[in-house]
Design a protein around this ligand. Sequence first.
Ligand SMILES: Cc1ncc(C[n+]2csc(CCOP(=O)(O)OP(=O)(O)O)c2C)c(N)n1
Ligand code: SF4
Ligand SMILES: [Mg+2]
Length: 312
Amino acid sequence: MSAFNAIGENVERDRNEYTPGLEPQPTWCPGCGDFGVLKALKGAAAELGLSPEEMLVVTGIGCSGKLNSYFDSYGFHTIHGRSLPIARAAKLANPGLTVVAAGGDGDGYGIGGNHFMHSARENHDMTYIVFNNEIFGLTKGQTSPTSPMGHKSKTQPHGSAKQPLRPLSMSLNAGASYVARTAAVNPNQAKDIIVEAIEHDGFSHIDFLTQCPTWNKDAKQYVPYIDINDSEDYDIDVSDRKSASDLMYETENALNEGTVLTGRYYHDEDRPSYQQEKQNIGEMPEEPLAERYFDEDYEWERSYDMFLDKHK
Ligand SMILES: Cc1ncc(C[n+]2csc(CCOP(=O)(O)OP(=O)(O)O)c2C)c(N)n1
Ligand code: SF4
Ligand SMILES: [Mg+2]
């Protein structure tokens, strides 16, 4: 694929460039939806012409958290629920980096829910992919925040008595400026959505339905799916919050009843990102923070000397 990279060169990139030479092959189970995310992310990076050095993939803990081991770029495998604060710090320190944060539904909607809500509210410029398999996969199938009511698992043997969390509605209401849902069974749509999300300046949230054939037999494969942007049965204006909100609510109900709706729901192209707001008020440089530690000859300066000078 051909595209212009960050320094304006026309480069040809192939999705296989993001396959690490040294890492082991993915250890995900056969048929796992996580393979679909990896494939879509590689396709999106190639289409955007991003070199591995221009990207950072930050992950949480879970089967989903292994994503950055299998994708060749800068990577940071953090702790459970904490991918977003690390991703935010990296983006603030190096505004030129393309930052993708990723993790599971337990990771992002459970233990990391607070970070999710506030990253959306603050509109941090990054793409957040949540692998939503509606259970805790790595720890062998416990009920997660998105497990449907009545879902039986080892932790809820008589069926979950809780209503599932509504990830799209939560994201929109918290303030995300791009919200979409896709599914591993729809790799072309998934790739296109990741391209759009990365190109978007602000917090883009993708709820990515990833089947777990090992522990979540109930969820099946998320097929057949309906693309709300292509279907004649749906008429959505993605720039209109009310329209997005209504269809998200319907989508979340439909999933619990077995109908899989996917697509782009909301895209606000006008709202400045947190990084832009900080730059506008002069609180954030446009160059990477690390470059401040170079002297005129482009040699590293000792950072504490600079801090001492600053406080004299
Ligand atoms: C603080 C903390 N609590 C609990 C765990 C155990 N743990 C590891 S992965 C996981 C759940 C993973 O589920 P999810 O985030 O949905 O990812 P999946 O494996 O389904 O991709 C849990 C509870 C942990 N590693 N750290
Ligand atoms: S346990 Fe489920 S989510 Fe984890 S690798 Fe296997 S199929 Fe995928
Ligand atoms: Mg999960």
